[in-house]
Design a protein around this ligand. Structure first.
Ligand code: NAD
Length: 472
């Protein structure tokens, strides 16, 4: 790995951005993307490009986030490859015209020809975040290719090595001009947003999502927003296995060093279980990191100093008590998996999305209290987790809204690449993954054909109107 030289980061020249956008649009207008075989070729090319660029991508992920090889392959490179395979397996089926008959079409008209054609939306922009700079950037692109769109891709500037490797890989391996990568930060994203797109697919913070949605609204451009949230976990007296709950929730905050939009921000736990839960967390920590987390090769680092200081400030500002972890090292951008016992919804640990390896434990007396607190902190989180009896789990899911939910585990609903994933309310608009990725970039166009012989059936529509023809 040491022998790999990663390309130096270079932002795309601002003045070239309109041309990149118009080229992608020009490529769409050739109609070549409407050909299903053409799309399959692009998906196969992306699959093999990911295979060929695996060493560079793994090295870039290590350079940007100190991501382990295991996570780099499992949750980034191989994940996108699996997406390509999924689309290749299902594309013929997804793209087939859907014939409509009874009961969708009333019997009177069922002899006429109604169908829904799956049309590509056109030329789309995909903007990615830093935490999974390969997966979260390229999986929407897989959906866009499958649907027949041309794409301009904007990676996060916070993961510069990945951004450069992805740019080289996409522009060398896929159809030139139909798929381009623009690198840069706010000015480049603004320049891209000044262009007209047929859809913008944005993954990132709610704050930037708002800017993107506002700008897109000026040109009535539809958007998918995959945003963040303050995700609760509920542990009731009837939790089936508290040790397992501790282990699974700790995993949710150590994977990618907690830089995961779905991981829990806080745990609402029955007061009687708090001490035992903390003991189980410590045991799980020891088991996962026998030499301490800092010495482990498996745990990533915080992406940059700004985010390191942001998370540190959350810990410093908290009035709670650190019951596990707490070590920070600015030189290494290292924050230890840390748990803080709090008793105030206004505590810094409860108020902000941590997006790092730290979470709060908030003791409650009843499930009613837990639900009240969770609804107060965030009414529409991206995810929620519940560890209780069957009836309690159903109650939590029923009485709280969230983008997705997992019972008795941390983010399993977002760990399978073929099931729909998305937020709700202010944690996101729209979904993708599996068929939903194809649908996100597809226009479902109803086409009707009225044969001449049908005139007898429909002549009632002509003036002068004849009410006697209506049977009411
Ligand atoms: P971010 O919003 O800061 O950046 C995302 C993208 O927007 C980047 O490409 C960046 O260059 C661009 N950008 C940043 N500021 C901008 C501005 N002012 N104007 C225009 N463009 C701008 O997000 P991030 O820090 O990369 O990612 C972390 C956030 O993303 C967290 O809130 C996390 O929960 C969320 N997230 C959500 C999901 C999901 O699937 N729902 C997945 C990953 C991350």
């Amino acid at each position: 790995m040491a022998s790999i030289t990663l390309p130096e980061y270079q932002a795309t020249a601002l003045e070239s951005i309109p041309k990149i956008a118009s080229t992608a649009r020009g490529q769409f207008r050739t109609h070549k993307t409407k050909n299903i075989e053409w799309r399959k070729v692009q998906l196969r090319k992306l699959y093999w490009a990911l295979e060929d660029y695996k060493p560079q991508l793994v090295a870039a992920l290590a350079s940007d986030l100190r991501k382990s090889k295991f996570e780099s392959l499992f949750t980034e490179v191989d994940w996108v490859k699996k997406d390509c395979m999924f689309m290749l397996d299902h594309l013929d089926n997804f793209t087939k015209d859907q014939k409509l008959g009874a009961p969708d079409v009333p019997l009177t008209f069922s002899m006429m020809n109604f169908r829904v054609r799956k049309e590509p939306l056109g030329t789309v922009l995909v903007i990615g975040p830093y935490n999974y700079p390969v997966q979260l950037l390229l999986c929407p692109v897989v959906g866009a290719i499958a649907a027949g769109c041309t794409v301009v891709i904007k990676p996060s500037e916070l993961t510069p090595a990945c951004a450069m490797v992805v740019k080289e890989m996409i522009e060398k391996c896929l159809d030139p001009g139909s798929f381009s990568v623009v690198n840069g930060s706010i000015p480049e994203t603004n320049a891209l947003m000044n262009e007209k797109w047929d859809k913008v697919f944005f993954t990132g913070s709610a704050q930037v999502g708002t800017i993107i949605a506002k700008k897109a609204a000026e040109t009535l451009t539809p958007v998918v927003l995959e945003l963040g949230g303050k995700n609760p976990a509920f542990i009731t007296k009837n939790c089936p296995n508290l040790a397992l709950a501790a282990r699974r929730l700790l995993w949710g905050k150590t994977h990618n060093n907690g830089q995961v939009c779905m991981s829990q921000n806080y745990v609402l736990i029955d007061k009687s279980l708090v001490d035992t839960f903390i003991e189980f967390l410590k045991l799980a920590y020891k088991d996962m990191f026998p030499r301490g987390a800092k010495a482990s090769d498996d745990i990533s680092r915080i992406v940059n100093k700004r985010h390191f200081l942001r998370i540190k400030k959350m810990l410093d500002d908290s009035k709670g008590k650190i019951v596990m972890g707490g070590e920070v090292d600015e030189d290494e951008l290292y924050i230890e998996p840390t748990v803080v016992l709090v008793n105030d919804v206004k505590d810094s640990m409860m108020e902000e999305e941590s997006f790092g390896p730290v979470f709060a434990i908030y003791p409650v007396n009843t499930l009613d209290e837990a639900l009240n607190v969770a609804n107060l902190v965030h009414r529409t989180p991206l995810s929620l987790y519940t560890f209780g009896s069957k009836a309690e789990n159903e109650r939590v899911i029923n009485e709280m809204t969230s983008g997705g939910a997992t019972i008795n585990d941390s983010f399993f609903h977002g760990s399978v690449n073929t099931v729909p994933f998305g937020g709700v309310g202010d944690s996101g608009w729209g979904a993708y993954r599996g068929k939903a990725s194809f649908d996100a970039f597809t226009h479902f166009r109803t086409i009707a054909e009225t044969p001449s012989w049908a005139e007898k059936l429909i002549r009632v529509r002509y003036m002068p109107y004849d009410f006697s023809a209506l049977n009411f």
